[in-house]
Design a protein around this ligand. Structure first.
Ligand code: SAH
Ligand code: SF4
Ligand code: F3S
Length: 463
């Protein structure tokens, strides 16, 4: 009988990818994913350490799981594993504070899960594996066990050598590493063969990608994207998250020349103040950022920009914050994430003894920034009303007969359409807005033909 596996994922898209890969690794052992932890034979919390709040969630969740584990004691037991970035950063403390945890594993060792499960069974728990193995896990992962969906993530680069002074990622994920082009292409082809139509290439610094090409030389992200665009049946390519310093000429040009590259870019800037950017060790200025966006808009005028912001970094003054607001007004973002600075153990910014900004001031600045960003997102969505957008229908909606898709600009678009159209790109006449997305009508039904070159997605699905 299949064993039940429940994985709960926190944090970024890379954790979403890793969770799916962990399920692949455990499939040969008879584990099948389920939607709830009750009665599960194994529960994995795939955790995030980026801000204090994210990390705290793990311990409260472990508290809840303890009673489920007790209930399962008489019925084969429950293995509890903590994976991801909190595991990497606080592995030993987790085992000490939460005795119900059997396995703690870092983001780079999950290919060894079968071994860990066996060890946990023998020893009754207490397994810790937070190595950074010399050989990347990708060399040891099995083939995909289950299809990933119409939109899917594919990790091509991992780790970070940038060491922004606020950030834990270089410590939890390790040094920058890029997968070879052939490995990425093979995985992309497998995804498309299983029904994926749009791939989001993932990396902590995805545009620092420098993987070994078929010619034995390092290939950058632009060249990789051109290569993947040749895969028949793949209609869209996105990438996230990128760093301003790695927006090279080839990548900017690709946004103008490569139709499969979607006109949406999440390019975190963090702050609009050069003084704060320097203290953050970002190694770019606010004007560098403006110039990059200008160049992107020169080749792709409709590109939608998204970003991340931190408010209340140590020593951020009102004037610094005003610079951030000015940058936001200058650029005009289609969407954005913004956060209060959270001091993270082990990072250079956290060890500063002075200059920490009051929580109340942080909250005020965050509210002001978010109000502006919301207003911009709203304006962006409003500007889409009345337009016809190509939309990849990628999931069912809440209502019967309703499908939801992604616009090129990453907006969720709700339409009435039959299930058979899932996985196809249709032209949608946008008629209205929801809280965070758009509603519309499939223009094919009003006489507009599907755009040439996109129809093959539907044919591929039918065939
Ligand atoms: N690799 C990406 C982002 C990684 S983390 C990049 O280089 O931009 C995602 C976002 O979390 C960051 O962009 C930043 O805005 C936010 N973040 C990271 N560390 C943080 C901290 N200590 N406090 C608050 N927000 C943080
Ligand atoms: Fe963190 Fe900076 Fe690396 Fe992004 S570039 S992961 S923010 S250290
Ligand atoms: Fe969080 Fe680790 Fe991603 S800290 S944001 S899960 S890389």
């Amino acid at each position: 009988m299949a064993k039940k596996l429940f994985i709960k994922t926190y944090g970024c898209q890379m954790n979403v990818y890793d969770s799916a890969r962990m399920a692949d690794v455990l499939a040969p052992l008879g584990y099948e994913p389920v939607d709830a932890p009750d009665g599960a034979d194994m529960v994995i919390l795939n955790t995030c350490h980026i801000r204090e709040k994210a990390a705290e969630k793990v311990f409260s969740e472990l508290g809840r799981l303890r009673s489920l584990k007790e209930l399962k004691q008489a019925d084969g037991g429950m293995i509890i594993a903590v994976a991801g970035c909190v595991a990497q950063a606080e592995g030993e403390e987790i085992l000490r504070r939460a005795p119900s945890v059997d396995i703690v594993l870092g983001p780079q060792t999950y290919h060894r899960l079968p071994e860990m499960v066996a060890r946990a069974a023998r020893a009754g728990g207490g397994v810790l594996d937070t190595d950074f193995p010399v050989e990347p896990k990708f060399d040891h992962l099995p083939e995909m066990h289950a299809p990933r969906g119409i939109g899917a993530f594919l990790t091509i680069q991992e780790g970070c050598d940038k060491f922004c002074s606020f950030c834990v990622v270089p410590y939890t994920r390790g040094a920058e590493f890029s997968r070879p082009v052939a490995a990425v292409e093979a995985e992309a082809r497998q995804l498309v063969a299983q029904g994926t139509r749009e791939i989001t290439l993932l990396g902590q610094n995805v545009n620092a990608y420098s993987g070994e090409g078929p010619d034995g030389r390092p290939w950058g992200l632009a060249r990789l994207a051109w290569r993947l665009a040749e895969i028949d049946g793949l209609v869209g390519i996105r990438y996230t998250t990128s760093h301003p310093r790695d927006m090279d000429d080839a990548l900017i040009a690709a946004h103008g020349d490569l139709p499969a590259l979607m006109p949406f870019l999440h390019l975190p800037v963090q702050s609009g103040s050069d003084r704060i950017l320097a203290a953050m060790n970002r190694k770019h200025t606010a004007d560098d950022y403006r110039r990059i966006v200008d160049r992107l808009r020169a080749v792709r005028p409709d590109i939608a920009m998204a970003s991340d912001f931190i408010v209340g970094f140590p020593e951020e003054s009102d004037a610094d914050f005003a610079e951030t607001m000015r940058l936001v007004r200058d650029i005009g973002f289609a969407s954005a994430y913004s956060f209060k600075y959270s001091a993270r153990p082990g990072t250079p910014a956290a060890s500063k003894r002075y200059g920490h900004v009051d929580e109340a001031v942080k909250a005020e600045r965050l509210a002001e920034l978010q109000a502006l960003l919301d207003q911009q997102q709203d304006a962006f969505n409003r500007a889409c009303e009345g337009r016809v957008l190509p939309v990849l229908l990628d999931r069912r909606g809440r209502r019967d007969g309703q499908l939801v898709g992604r616009s090129p600009f990453m907006q969720a678009v709700h339409v009435d359409a039959p299930d058979a159209w899932l996985g196809t790109v249709v032209d949608v006449a946008v008629t209205g807005r929801t809280t965070h997305g758009l509603t519309g009508e499939v223009a094919a039904a009003t006489g507009t033909a599907l755009p040439a070159g996109r129809v093959h997605a539907r044919e591929a699905l039918a065939g």
